[in-house]
Write a new protein. Sequence first.
Length: 346
Amino acid sequence: MFKWLGIQAVVGLSVLVLLLSACSGENAESETDVSPDLEYSVERASAEEAPEVIPAHEGINHEPTPLDIERDGDDVYINMTAQITDIEIEDDYNYKAWTFNGEAPGPVVVVNEGDTIHFTLDNMDPSIPHSMDFHAVHTAPDKGYADVGPNEDGTFVYQASSPGVFMYHCGTDPVLSHIANGMHGVIIVQPDDGYPTDDEVDQEYVIIQNEWYKYNDLDNMTNEEPSQVVFSTKALHEDQPNTNGTVGALIDEPLEAKVGDKVRFYINNVGPNEISSFHVIGTMFDDVYIDGNPANHQEGMQTVGLPASGGAVVEFTVKEAGTYPFVTHQFEHVHKGAIGELIVTE
Ligand SMILES: [Cu+2]
């Protein structure tokens, strides 16, 4: 049933976009009635709407840049880019995203508790400043998260002194535009002493929830519902999928486990506006570490609430072969794309 729902949502959404784009004004309203499962009052963003691309961004589509991270003892040198890259967030709908490294969400960054981060942002955007706000560090924001001008780079140094699953994002004004246009991601600070359940875990994945709005439309981002709510995964290990936050990403590239595995998800809801009610259908979480801090250990949870920017480590055991969808249990958002699948085999 839920398999059906997932496919129906993805296929149905595309159909709806086609319907909307094929119809004008008043017709569009009646046409949406043929798809009652997908009724909602929000006008979906689509390729047919003229995007308000900043003139200087027209014609720019930077190739994704691999994350550059090097370690020297407890010093970690992280080089990232702010860049403009097209992302197909739904079939035939390209979004000229403002990104870190050409991914939205940006690449996952993993460091250790106690590391000193030497972070350099190379701003490849020719027209506007960008910045980096790592929730994982203590710093005076006007210094550590300062703007880096167009075609410039800036270096910042801070400690990762608390373990967790943290959001990062561009903090340049207006912050909502920068986050909603794609400048968000996750930094994991691994606890010094690990998690008490480390030895039990067989598979681990990163899952991120984010929303999309009408292209670069601050009024829409401020006052309206998201047009897409999506999950993505970022590769923690070789051979794992690494996706953008696009409709159907984790149905097209499902995650995998074996019967009896204990599965760990590092999850974060980068928003920018909505909360997440993270739930895996067909199981419950044996162990949860709110915000990824081992001190915040909870057991036996059905759903984990993630405020905008909130993270968690969730662990569960899959006892039977099959397809386990994961969702935010605000099902209006499932119909906008917030569903993925874990395939469990013998
Ligand atoms: Cu920015």
